[in-house]
Ligand binder design. Structure first.
Ligand SMILES: [Zn+2]
Length: 183
């Protein structure tokens, strides 16, 4: 399973401070609900993007539950689940800051994200209802996305909310977020 962990660090700071080593296990197992049963299993490497939009490798902490044996990875919230571009750059793109260097660097991928978000929007609305206010059926994907980000405070907080409260993301629903005991 995957849990998004709120960290106040940039990607670069997370790497520099080796913050993956400081990541604490979630107190409750998201699968069986037992308390203080998760222990450190190791790390896996994945990529996200940094300040200038370039891909940066990060290590993600994994834990295993002593009781149900499920593994839980703790993804820092600047990174998106299963997507390369980080939340800060995604947010700049959604807000129309298209000339920003990191946005330019990942332009093609961000365009693909937008198309995917637009395709997913009807399904997403079925899941979340009017969580971000009543949407007009004609509202464009970008306008809806911008509104959702504004309501949550940031693109990162939007993803955290979707994962924690609805078990979904801006692009699809993943099995790893279907936690019966999500915190
Ligand atoms: Zn468990």
């Amino acid at each position: 399973m995957q849990k998004l962990v709120r960290v106040k660090l940039s990607v670069e700071e997370y790497v520099r401070e080796q913050f993956h080593k400081q990541m604490r296990p979630p107190s409750q197992c998201p699968n069986c609900g037992h308390i203080r049963r998760l222990w450190a299993l190791g790390y896996y490497q994945r990529y996200t993007t940094g300040l200038l939009g370039k891909a940066i490798a990060i290590l993600v902490r994994r834990f295993r539950c002593r009781d149900c044996k499920i593994t839980v990875s703790c993804l820092p919230c600047f990174a998106q689940p299963y997507r390369l571009v980080n939340h800060t750059t995604l947010e700049a793109f959604i807000k129309g800051r298209h000339r920003q260097r990191d946005v330019q660097a990942q332009w093609d991928l961000l365009q693909r994200y937008l198309r995917r978000f637009a395709e997913w929007q009807p399904e997403l609305l079925k899941i979340i209802g009017h969580r971000f206010g009543r949407a007009s059926p004609k509202e464009e994907a970008t306008a809806f996305w911008r509104r959702a980000v504004a309501t949550c405070g940031s693109a990162s907080q939007l993803t955290v909310l979707l994962v924690e409260q609805f078990g979904t993301t801006c692009f699809t629903t993943y099995r790893c977020h279907q936690a019966p005991f999500a915190q």
